[in-house]
Design a protein around this ligand. Sequence first.
Ligand code: NCD
Length: 325
Amino acid sequence: MTTSVRPAHLPLGEIRGGRLYGQHILSVKQFSREDVEAIFVIAEEMRTMVERVGTFDLLKGKLLANLFYEPSTRTSSSFTAAMERLGGSVIPISEVRYSSVSKGESLPDTVRTLECYSDVIVLRHPEVGAAATAARYVRKPIINAGDGIGEHPTQALLDLFTIREELGAMDGLTVTMLGDLKNGRTVHSLSRLLAHYKARINFVSPESLRMPTEIMNELSARGMTLSEHRQLDVVLPNTDVLYVTRVQKERFASEEEYNALKDAYVITPDTLKAAKQRMIIMHPLPRVGEISMDVDDDPRAAYFRQMEYGLYVRMALLAMVLGKA
Ligand code: NCD
């Protein structure tokens, strides 16, 4: 899975940033538990540095190309913030319709162009496997920022980092994932990453939006305890992490189909009466009604803090991939 783009001539002693130096980040499947923990140690250091000095020159002179074929607020701006806090610069291409993509340029040609001008390419694309395809054409690291309904590895890392920071541990937790588990790439990645921590996962979704069987089988084969439900109330009282997702409108064939499912679950202060006091509520955002705004002041609502953790994790990943960690 992991394709090395580390220069072949580099002696081992000069490898900085550990196993991630020069690597593409395409799927969480490429990370061992040790890799995850190494990323988190550096993310903690990034947090301390941002709190102490704000911006510093670790990646001075480095350029990141931020190539987004799908909308994004958090992922795109947090990669920009991460690069700039590390003293590097960003080429933003989020309006692909104003780039040569609108003239029919292929993804391989677009990434081959961007690698001439940058040191690392962050790519979001509507097709599953797009980041892996792009990675076959370039020598500079590609970071998958979401490939259709496939994966969103950097989000899963920041989600797990959030759990660690908020609950102090990652082992043996009961995580309940709620909403569009079929189309939500964040839950595909996070559930795979949780396999390293013997988490118990409850999947709560409408029948037609169940977690794909292929992923369920993969997780079961890794020894995870999984259960599927249509209703949240059965599993909520034992939940440590409630991970809410939006119904992914853009993945539906028709508006009627989406409308029939969009309000399947709505978390309100009333829902939370049955939840543990130490539980956290997470959401990759954007939310479109599945968590009522009245929940935001509940100390268990971790979704805004989650975004901030994302900055530190993405700073760590950039520093590691570019060999400066
Ligand atoms: C998610 C995504 O793009 O997959 N957003 C994000 O990156 N924070 C979730 C979503 O769009 O629902």
